[in-house]
Design a protein around this ligand. Structure first.
Ligand code: ADP
Ligand code: MG
Length: 237
């Protein structure tokens, strides 16, 4: 049984079908990339899994149980963390306040929050000197790292992350991805990743799915980075 299973799932916006009959698995401990052009339905899929949209058809299950439909906080409590496109940084609050807000929102007390923040800081040492800085004044890369810290603070089983590289310089994108890989390796965090940088995603992931106009056009392993990148580029490029 896969950790996350989508079986023939469709998402609509009113009369418009954004994603049609999508079946997709994320195996425990794996990194899976969901790729496709702008408008292909990637963000719709992630936000739907996170509970922001109700699937029109199909089933979404997590550890064999149906995920609550369109109930964001219940999905989060089941161990699914969601980092939307654009990150959702509370810019006027300090980094520490951002992290505490997530921890308290998840029901941790002050002492538990401290322990979890110290744990995630080990993965993001660059952020430890920034705890009292207003989050909105950090660089885009630092904000992305803070958001990944915030998402993993509550020890999720699955991280849904939408275009973590968006708007960042290539070297910073690399650093963010290295951090994702480290979380996957050291904490066994499973990841479903949406990305437009095909090569980077293929290098990072164990498995890829490609959407085109809301429909699945390719899925498979990506152990052969070059061949997979070339193949995916025919759909995305
Ligand atoms: N809130 C919305 N209301 C109506 N249509 C939307 C909304 N969000 C996305 N769409 C449409 O759904 C399709 C898929 O969008 P999206 O999932 O954001 O694609 P991607 O993340 O792959 O770029 C697009 O045609 C887009 O215009
Ligand atoms: Mg998107």
């Amino acid at each position: 049984m896969a950790l996350l299973e989508l079986d023939q799932v469709s998402f609509n916006y009113g009369p418009i079908t954004a994603v049609r009959d999508l079946s997709l698995d994320v195996e425990e401990g794996k990194i899976v990339a969901l790729l496709g052009r702008n408008g292909a339905g990637k963000s719709t899929t992630l936000s739907g899994i996170a509970g922001l949209l109700k699937p029109r058809t199909g089933r979404i299950s997590f550890e064999g149980n149906p995920l609550p439909r369109s109930q964001v906080s219940r999905v989060a409590r089941m161990g699914v963390a969601y980092v939307p496109e654009g990150r959702g940084v509370l810019g006027g609050l300090t980094v520490e306040e951002n992290l505490n807000a997530a921890a308290f929102g998840h029901g941790l007390d002050r002492r538990e929050a401290r322990i979890e923040i110290d744990r995630v800081l080990e993965h993001f040492p660059a952020i430890s000197s920034r705890m009292n800085q207003r989050a909105g004044t950090m660089s885009g890369g630092e904000q992305q790292m803070m958001v990944l810290m915030r998402a993993t603070l509550t020890r999720p089983r699955l991280l849904l992350v939408d275009e973590p590289g968006l708007g960042l310089a290539p070297i910073i994108v690399r650093a963010v991805y290295d951090q994702l890989i480290e979380l996957n390796r050291d904490e066994g965090l499973s990841v479903l990743l949406v990305e437009q940088y095909v090569e980077l995603a293929v290098e990072t992931a164990d498995q890829v799915y490609v959407l085109q106009k809301g429909e699945l056009v390719h899925s498979g392993p990506c152990s052969d980075v070059e061949a997979t990148t070339d193949l995916v580029a025919t759909y995305v490029g």
